[in-house]
Design a protein around this ligand. Structure first.
Ligand code: BGC
Length: 343
């Protein structure tokens, strides 16, 4: 039990985990990424991934076992619309059963409609560069919404809650005293984040933040990044919890609800993940106490999965692909269950 100095979170705070369809479902045979994997244009193949297309009920059981009250999952466009204008009702029904299963388990679903992969027919037509994407995406989103909106609050209209998740890694000067590094960080921030955020955020109902680390920039480019090699993840990313606070303060200025849609660590041994979670949760509490309307935290990720160009070599899971929970899952579950962190 927590004794003294407890950091409480607002009532109803969402404590969840996040996944993406292509990374866990397996056999997404109609997507552009699958096609590139099969053609050997990518170093790894996703194949059966975590087989979550068949084992989703076990994934829900894992979420329950950890004690989470939310789950961010994605719907695979290529499954739902394998050919232009042709919708696969059986696939939609499977997603619907999954969403019902989550609700029955008392877990709030948060649905992503597009997580990197597209149907290969869309890619053949120029993908996101073809202006046709606007109508195509709207049509797909409409079809999914019609069949799931009674089950999903976080992504539907008209009662709000539509958003985009942004990878927000603050750009900072490698050498704080260098005017050149400062200028590079400033320009890099504008190019990579500022110009997009200022245009996109006013249109959204809430803001999704994907935060993993920061980017240190300086001259000559690319520079060595972190100062202390001991604070890196298996992936080589610097562990920098303060950056989450910085990002939350930044997006908090738009006065909209914010959800951390991804934050996590590649750590096969699970010896860094517990402290990583605690340190980031502490920064979240700091941001909330300074007025940021933070509503939830979706840890990346529920179980080790297909990590894109790294294949199955990076382990971001609270559980293994065999669905065995790591010790960090109980650290996180304890925070979620108490809706609080011990100071
Ligand atoms: C992506 C995930 C990916 C994670 C770790 C995120 O930005 O959305 O798909 O697994 O980074 O690389």
């Amino acid at each position: 039990m927590f004794k003294s100095g407890v950091m409480r979170f607002p009532d109803g705070f969402l404590w969840g985990a996040a996944t993406a369809a292509h990374q866990i479902e397996g056999n997404n045979v109609n997507s552009d990424w699958w096609r590139a994997e099969q053609a050997g244009r990518l170093p790894h193949r996703s194949e059966v991934a975590c087989d979550s297309w068949n084992r989703w009920a076990e994934d829900i059981a894992l979420l329950r076992q950890i004690g989470l009250n939310a789950y961010r999952l994605s719907i695979e466009w290529a499954r739902v619309e394998p050919r232009p204008g042709e919708f696969d009702q059986a696939a939609l029904d499977t997603y619907r059963r999954q969403l019902e299963g989550l609700r029955q388990a008392g877990i709030e679903p948060m649905v992503t409609l597009h997580h990197f992969t597209s149907p290969s027919w869309l890619a053949d037509r120029g993908g996101w560069r073809n202006p046709e994407i606007v109508a195509r995406l709207a049509n797909y989103a409409d079809r999914v919404a019609r069949q799931t909106s009674d089950l999903v609050k976080w992504s539907r209209r008209p009662d709000a809650l539509v958003s985009m998740a942004f990878a927000l890694w603050p750009m900072q000067a490698w050498r704080w005293w260098s005017p050149i590094d400062q200028a590079m960080a400033h320009v890099g921030d504008w190019l990579w984040q500022g110009r997009v955020l200022d245009r996109a955020l006013p249109a959204l109902d809430w803001i999704g933040v994907n935060y993993y680390s920061r980017n240190l920039v300086g001259w000559p480019w690319p520079t060595a990044t972190a100062h202390d090699p001991a604070t890196r993840t298996d992936f080589g990313w610097e562990i920098y919890p303060q950056g989450l606070y910085d990002v939350l303060r930044r997006v908090g200025q738009y006065g909209k609800p914010v959800v951390i849609t991804e934050n996590g660590i590649a750590d096969a041994d699970d010896d860094q993940r517990p402290a990583y979670i605690v340190a980031h949760v502490r920064q979240m509490h700091r941001a909330i106490s300074e007025g940021v309307d933070l509503r939830g935290y979706m840890h990346w990720t529920l179980l080790d999965n297909f990590e894109w160009a790294e294949g199955f070599e990076q382990h971001f899971g609270l559980a293994t692909r065999d669905r065995v929970l790591r010790p960090s899952a109980s650290v996180y579950g304890r925070i979620a269950g108490a809706n609080a962190l011990e100071e």
